[in-house]
Design a protein around this ligand. Structure first.
Ligand SMILES: [Zn+2]
Length: 73
């Protein structure tokens, strides 16, 4: 299998530790200021619901950096 650079975050329930695969809702949070390399960090948050205990929680799904050279994941 080829190695990829993509980081797949393992999201687990903060109550019982059960892994939750898919968020039922996601949204993007764009940083209001660029970093030193003039890139804007976009953070994608997700709302997750634990299939075991029903706990609803928020977690970071992924982060991306938008710069003049394109998107850096
Ligand atoms: Zn749970």
């Amino acid at each position: 299998m080829p190695k990829t650079k993509t980081k797949q975050r393992q999201v687990v329930c903060p109550e019982c530790g059960t892994p939750v695969k898919e968020p039922y809702k996601t949204w993007e949070l764009v940083a209001p200021f660029p970093d030193k390399k003039m890139r804007i960090t976009v953070t994608i948050f997700g709302m997750f619901e634990c299939p075991k205990c029903g706990k609803k929680f928020r977690a970071v799904v992924s982060k991306a950096k938008l710069g003049s050279e394109g998107i850096e994941l």
